[in-house]
Design a protein. Sequence first.
Lengths: 413, 413
Amino acid sequence: MKHADHAPVPEFAVWAGRPGLLARTLAAIMPVDAAAADAAAARAAELAIPAGSLGRMLALSVRLAGIQRSLAPAFPRKAVVVMAGDHGVVRRGVSAFPAEVTPQMVANFARGRAAINALAVAAGARVVVTDVGVAADLPAVVGLRPVTTVAEALAAGAVLHRKVRCGTDDLSSGPAMTCEEATAAIEAGIDVVEGLVAQGLDLVATGDMGIGNTTPSSALACVFTGRAPSEVTGRGTGIDDPALERKRQVVEEALAVNRPDPADPLGALAAVGGLEIAGIAGVILGAAAAGIPVLVDGFISTAGALVACALAPAARDYLIAAHRSLEPGHRVMLEHLGVEPLLDLDLRLGEGTGATLAMPLVDGAAALIGTMATFAEAGVSEAGVSEAGVSEAGVAEAGVAESTGLEADAVGA
Amino acid sequence: MKHADHAPVPEFAVWAGRPGLLARTLAAIMPVDAAAADAAAARAAELAIPAGSLGRMLALSVRLAGIQRSLAPAFPRKAVVVMAGDHGVVRRGVSAFPAEVTPQMVANFARGRAAINALAVAAGARVVVTDVGVAADLPAVVGLRPVTTVAEALAAGAVLHRKVRCGTDDLSSGPAMTCEEATAAIEAGIDVVEGLVAQGLDLVATGDMGIGNTTPSSALACVFTGRAPSEVTGRGTGIDDPALERKRQVVEEALAVNRPDPADPLGALAAVGGLEIAGIAGVILGAAAAGIPVLVDGFISTAGALVACALAPAARDYLIAAHRSLEPGHRVMLEHLGVEPLLDLDLRLGEGTGATLAMPLVDGAAALIGTMATFAEAGVSEAGVSEAGVSEAGVAEAGVAESTGLEADAVGA
């Protein structure tokens, strides 16, 4: 079977990578410091609020304090990394949009007019648009300026050039890419985070662009959660019933022809994944290695998180699930990872939109533990005092009310 | 039956109010302009995203654009109004905390050390702490400086003095307050919003403080939704089973002795409500009259919204439900109002914390409609194009794959 009729790989398209980067990064990922986490939990327990009344926000505070090893954590320097790539499987009719939308949307990101740009401005985050595998010559097709450093990529009209190859092969008829290519795409994600850290980074979010990428994400969901294609394959950008049936069949075929093994995460990623999914896994691994919390967006990004956590289970300590996508497989993935997302707004756009929307919740959680007074500091009486007070005065008063017959009046009224 | 042993009403405690303010405000509340709402919906439908993929965020964008009559709405000037009051019913043992916590927490707010302060700083919102009915002499008890204007109230250590009376009477044995007092407390809320508008205000959030205030809120939930006390009365700040049983009984008694009528919202508020709940209703009405969206916090604030929407149904157009509280009656209230909250984070603190956490979502929604490109502007191909492409190339290709026997191989593998 012939490959997709990709655009020819332009000369600038080969990114050399940095030898050994993935292995070094995996070795650098450590669980969150237990003493820091314990100190954060102890402080949270003393804050002047009824126990549990800040719900999941205080739990997030404690996590953030542990990650940053500070009782006053702060995350002013934010970025969202949008990884873009194409998919040979699009030829199977699994998407409502044609593949040429990938470069068109990448151009829209680079020019600051997409949903992710709007939300990033609102959240005070920088956007790094990274081409890790778009099947088009971006300068020729959409007039973008490929750049090679993160600093340059922050300029309007620029796209960070980390193209490993021009889209994947059709995963329903063989491996989507080689293990070397998957490694290079992961390393591209690690490298972007390292570039951002060099500029100053406290919080990073993942984002994706790639027509057809819910299909490999569904396949990866099957690999790592053990669920059937029918349980985790949804409508993506909005396909109709025949296309959905075709898409499920394609996922079945991809699993049958490649037989991906969850014990070999890199092999599974290469077989049924995508270049931008690999890049996202790299962003997560890079953030974990740097001790930086990473907001994971929706279905595609969480497929990357499945790979990242399979490669380095301790990476999960740094992962914050941002939102629950409408895509049915997302819930399955989140349950498998054992994480509860912060938002549930019926989003299914990707780009990093859900992750970026959740950024202010991270700021809020950090502010809570960092600035609130404890009961002692605020001079606020704690719960339970009233129980004594009630038994001495309040309930006695209630007893008086009963003896006056007021309750009887009330019942009879 | 004697009243609660309130602190003596100090000389400064009587706020004269502005005659006729409530009636004038109700008359000024108009539904959102239909033409503006239609224009916003039309713009939203053209944005370069798959239909529906921004879920509830785009619906919020459309609402905000309609309210502000702008296709580029913006909400930079934010405030949260925390209304504080006490409750005679606390003597019945309905709260885990003693009543003296109300002035202690008001002091904590005024000094900037509470959860609401932390979140307001993170959201870029000012906090106006308003004493509409605390049963204590705040200067004497906690050293606060009572001030009479909103501008002064923004200073540290100050509390806006709008005290109508020193706490309500015990609603389980008669009306909590008079209709005149309830009106004055509503007008206090309207007046605060007008004061903020005079300084510049784009978005306001409601907040509450008042030990015992889940009891009147439960009673108001019964009045306006028709549900039974057992369905809408919960643990508040964390009472145990016997106290919960007592609290449900108290709500039963309050309804039986007062027989509040949902067709007389002001009378119902006076009978089984609270001063801070009235103040919150006033904030909502004031915001609606000024054409400003109002983020409604949790259980207590939504009790205020029930009153506000009963008094002026068009106020609902300006109301944004911020979060779903853990308090069981909150879900019932939200369903009655027909609103879906933005956040669901297991919060049950009040203070305006959930409403303030939702402020960045308002900024995000505004940015989406205000800055995103349409399909035409971005030069992005729309959905459906691929369906044709698929039938011409993709499916034909898939057919080729089938004819090669790959599917059969796959199934047999």
